[in-house]
Design a protein. Structure first.
Length: 675
């Protein structure tokens, strides 16, 4: 049956199983004769009579049409049909166009509930259009047919499930009215694109939310609440209420519950602005991921210093302390190319890490670090004598308080060095149990105080002293940690043919081969010269003064009164190398007379002495403050002399201490005093 038939035989009417008709063809024929139904002779084989559907009683006509439509729909493909007539644009779409609002942006802003409702309405509208196309019903008749199917429960299960979703009502038992479904069909046909159809059929919010910018009191409340001290909301509300009653007495004060409700709806970046600053607040903001794979090996090195999160034995005095580790990573390959150990952050440690990296891996184009004192001292950054300037390395520093800019090396500390420190019993990280940590430090301080005073250690003190790793063990563990990292697959690097991520060392070798690169290595003589720090000094009568020592050479006489560059060794103060300002070598000057020290003092010794003086000064200040706390200042000392004797007083002579030759004399004197 491809279309709605205008004439049906008694047998075909019986097959439709209409409740108001007899069940057999003979019964239907008899009823037709009694009621004089319009008919005609059948032209097909077998003859007989066909009855005109349009001439049947209205109730029977409607039942026949529904049965025929149901059969046709069951035989047709359940496809969503295009609209067959042009109609006006949907009202919602035309309104957005008039306001200049992009339809696509609105459709993208719908939530899941609105989308599900719009899709359900589309499916029901498509069912009406399919009925219109297949059966020849008009749009109104097709809508009425679908509504009757919904009400009688004869709608297919897949569409019946969508009815409560399309209604978008709390009562899932509600049906669909003819007017509502007809409106959905009209909007469906009028839309010209999927997003227009989605926007036209999506339900509008029944309750409009007040935009944050229109909440008059919010800015005043945030001025009290968004502070670095991060006060509690209830406390901030009390301060806000006091100010509101003074400045806005004519307006109603919002309740605490209202403030809480609005505050919870604000995004985190608004809630924490002012309560968090610097790197902590930036951790909430969007960021740009850098594509390090676009670089080549040795293009950019990233360096940073890290205070080791465990205490080890000091290499000089043997007491517990936390050393400084400097690590340099190649940005492209993630390989650790240089490292150094030091007692504290300094430019010496950075220069030493660069020296090791350049010695084994070549000279980089750029060195990227933070702007700390150890990374930006004149030894590193001076435009003439600085290490990076003499090696032709561009030194770039990150923004203050922005560790995310060096996320590669910041993450390296967490995954490697802090992980190593956690294996030590002297771990000082935030995850360490505080009770265990305090007990360990007390026992360890007791052991080292006794050891420093030359006392014999108890078995317990010996046990706790042995828990402190030696300097040699610490250096060996860190070097092994770096070696393990360079030979471990890295998740940020590409995968090899076996589907496993490359290790940093493998990926560096691969990229060097692919790019046909050779590391710019320096000869031993160049390393010896280039890694000597330089200072600018003025030559005077063949002499140069550097760090309290005077160096002399007759060849300096020709440069009297001129600035020269002086290269020195951290560990050898006997000689310095003198260069002209253009870099040409002049001479090798030896320490001579007019020295302030009896023996030449190396720069390393001077730095150690300066560091010790600073620590002593800080300790003295701590002791002085502690003593002052035990002697509080007396603001006013009352005089009670006027309360007795009308202000007259009698001086009492001070008692002189008695001196006795023998103990027996003192006992006799005390007995006499007792009488």
């Amino acid at each position: 049956m491809k279309a709605m038939s205008e004439y049906l035989s008694a047998a075909e009417l019986a097959q439709l199983s209409i409740p108001s008709l007899p069940k057999t063809p003979k019964g239907i024929s008899d009823k037709a004769k009694r009621e004089y139904w319009p008919s005609r002779r059948r032209a097909q084989r077998g003859g007989g009579v066909e009855y005109q559907v349009a001439g049947l009683p209205e109730t029977i006509q409607a039942a026949v049409r529904e049965r025929q439509a149901a059969q046709l729909l069951a035989q047709s493909q359940p496809a969503m049909l295009p609209s067959v007539a042009k109609a006006k644009r949907p009202v919602a779409v035309r309104r957005m166009e008039q306001l200049g609002l992009p339809i696509d942006d609105y459709a993208m802003g719908l939530n899941d509930k609105q989308r599900d409702c719009a899709h359900a309405r589309m499916a029901l509208a498509a069912e009406v259009l399919r009925l219109h196309e297949v059966t020849g019903f008009g749009i109104t008749d097709a809508v009425q047919f679908v509504v009757r199917q919904v009400e009688s429960g004869q709608l297919s299960e897949s569409l019946a499930y969508l009815v409560p979703v399309a209604n978008a009502r709390a009562n899932n038992q509600r049906g669909i009215s003819v007017r509502t479904l007809k409106g959905w069909v009209a909007a469906y046909r009028a839309a010209t694109s999927p997003n227009e159809r989605l926007a036209a059929l999506a339900p509008r919010p029944t309750k409009k939310e007040t935009p944050v910018v229109q909440i008059a009191w919010l800015a005043d409340f945030m001025a009290h609440h968004c502070r670095p001290s991060a006060p509690k909301l209830a406390h901030s509300y009390q301060e806000f209420a006091k100010g509101w009653l003074v400045t806005q007495p004519a307006y109603e004060l919002p309740s605490l519950d209202t403030v809480r409700r609005v505050w919870k709806k604000l995004p985190q970046i608004m809630q924490q602005r002012g309560r968090m600053t610097g790197a902590a607040y930036k951790s909430l903001l969007p960021y740009i991921r850098r594509d390090w794979q676009a670089l080549r090996p040795n293009d950019v090195w990233i360096g940073d210093g890290h205070s080791f999160k465990a205490k080890v034995q000091h290499p000089i005095h043997g007491q517990p302390f936390k050393p400084e580790v400097t690590v340099i990573i190649d940005g492209c390959t993630r390989m650790v190319v240089g490292f150094s150990f030091s007692l504290a952050e300094s430019c010496v440690a950075v220069a030493d890490a660069l020296r090791i990296g350049i010695k084994h891996n070549g000279v980089p184009l750029m060195y990227y670090s933070d702007n700390g004192g150890g990374q930006t001292g004149k030894t590193i950054d001076h435009e003439i004598t600085g290490l990076t300037a003499r090696l032709g390395i561009h030194h770039e520093t990150g923004l203050p308080g922005n560790p995310q800019g060096r996320g590669i090396i910041e993450r390296w500390w967490q995954d490697n060095l802090i992980r190593l420190a956690a294996q030590y019993e002297t771990f000082t990280g935030s995850s360490m149990d505080r009770s265990t940590q305090n007990l360990l430090y007390r026992k360890m301080d007791s052991a080292f105080n006794a050891w420093r005073q030359g006392k014999e250690l108890t078995p317990e003190q010996q046990r706790y002293k042995a828990k402190l790793p030696s300097w040699q063990q610490f250096m060996a563990d860190v070097m092994q940690c770096i070696a393990d990292y360079n030979n471990r697959p890295h998740s940020e690097l590409p995968k090899n043919a076996e589907g496993v991520h490359y290790t940093p060392l493998q990926y560096r070798d691969l990229r060097m081969q692919q790019e046909n690169l050779a590391p710019d290595l320096l000869a031993e003589a160049e390393l010896d010269v280039l890694f000597r720090p330089q200072e600018v000094r003025k030559a005077a009568r063949g002499q140069i003064e550097l760090f309290g020592n005077v160096y002399f050479s007759t060849e300096l006489a020709e440069l009297h009164g001129e600035d020269v560059r002086v290269a020195y060794d951290y560990d050898d103060a006997e000689w310095v190398y003198v260069y002209k300002m253009d870099g040409s070598f002049v001479c090798k000057a030896k320490v001579d007379g007019n020295k302030r020290a009896a023996m030449p003092i190396t720069v390393r010794d001077q730095l150690a002495e300066k560091r010790a003086k600073g620590r002593i000064k800080r300790a003295e200040n701590t002791i002085r403050l502690a003593k002052e706390e035990t002697r509080p200042a007396i603001e006013h000392q009352p005089d009670f002399g006027l309360l007795v004797g009308n202000g007259n007083y009698e001086p009492v002579p001070a008692k002189k201490p008695q001196i006795f030759m023998f103990e027996s004399d003192r006992d006799e004197w005390e007995r006499q005093q007792a009488k």
